[in-house]
Design a protein around this ligand. Structure first.
Ligand code: NAP
Length: 268
């Protein structure tokens, strides 16, 4: 049996990768797209997208009410993504959300709605399996090497800084070692910003350049040694194995799960 999927944001860089991934998965079937342009057209009317005959809806409510689907993959912008996810849950279509920038309040609201409707939902700020492993390794190492700085590097079209992944890395570190002040207590920035942003004592440095996709380097320092843990996404296809895992997993849950690490099996 096919898993029937709606994609919101099909013309975007992530959305078009998701469509390619669905197209290549024998058990997945694209059944419709939600796009803010091209209402009434079909996907094969859009140049640069695969030749698939599925309808495009500008109105998410109309799409979810008229198309039989199991999963909605949302890869848009926070405002639209939140709205699409709410609507999908109400229509018992299980959302897999890669759209970043949802607030904690929005995630809590979606979690409540998912439980109320007994509908599974997965939201992950980073669908790259390697990035999730990088964060897990950093968490493990930070117990032993608690002085840490983060350098995150992204393409120059990214709107938010620091990245959600950098913020999440700090949260994971805080779970296993007490928050601590780092560096010299009397240090002074001769040029403001030279030491990067600070979250719970950890410095985060954000690099934005063309040519980059999504990269993070975490440097842990100890007496006479450093340990560097680095992950690089060189293309958006790196996120798709995580999206695929989430599509398969979301069918078996009846509540909201936040973070890809919570559906990965780390047992040896
Ligand atoms: P993108 O190339 O800018 O694509 C965004 C898409 O959303 C575009 O097709 C855009 O349409 C559409 N959109 C914008 N506003 C909309 C609205 N109001 N209603 C419906 N659709 C709307 O961005 P991207 O690189 O694909 O990233 C998409 C999202 O995924 C972002 O939030 C990004 O931060 C996130 N992301 C997540 C991961 C992860 O692993 N979770 C990885 C990378 C990126 P127009 O072309 O008409 O503007």
């Amino acid at each position: 049996m096919h898993i029937k999927i709606i994609v919101a944001g099909p013309r975007g860089r992530m959305g078009s990768e998701a469509i390619n991934m669905i197209n290549e998965e024998p058990n997945f079937q694209l059944v419709a797209c939600i796009d803010r342009k091209n209402n009434g057209k079909t996907l094969n009317d859009i140049e640069s997208l695969p030749n698939i005959d599925v309808p495009i809806f500008e109105n998410a409510e109309e799409c979810l009410a008229s198309i039989e689907a199991d999963v909605l993959i949302d890869l848009t912008i926070p405002e639209a993504g939140f709205n699409h996810t709410m609507l999908a849950i109400k229509h018992k279509v299980r959302p897999v959300v890669g759209t970043s920038g949802l607030t904690n309040n929005q995630i809590e609201e979606l979690a409540d709605l998912a439980v109320k409707n007994e509908v599974g939902c997965i939201i992950a700020p980073n669908f790259a399996v390697g990035a999730v492993l990088m964060m897990q390794f950093v968490q493990m190492a930070s117990k032993f090497l608690p002085d840490i700085e983060i350098i995150e590097k992204h393409h120059d079209q990214k709107l938010d800084a620091p990245s959600g992944t950098a913020m999440k890395t700090v949260d994971l570190i805080n779970e296993v070692r007490p928050v601590k002040a780092q560096g010299h207590p009397d240090e002074e920035e001769v040029l403001p910003g030279a030491r990067g942003a600070e979250k719970d004592g950890i410095r985060i440095h954000s690099v934005r350049l063309p040519g980059l996709v999504a990269h993070q380097e975490v440097i842990l320092g100890g007496e006479g040694q450093t340990l560097t843990i680095q992950h690089d996404s060189f293309s958006r296809s790196s996120f798709m194995s995580g999206v695929k895992l989430a599509v398969e997993h979301v069918l078996s849950i009846n509540s909201l799960i936040y973070g890809l690490e919570n559906i990965m099996d780390f047992e040896q």
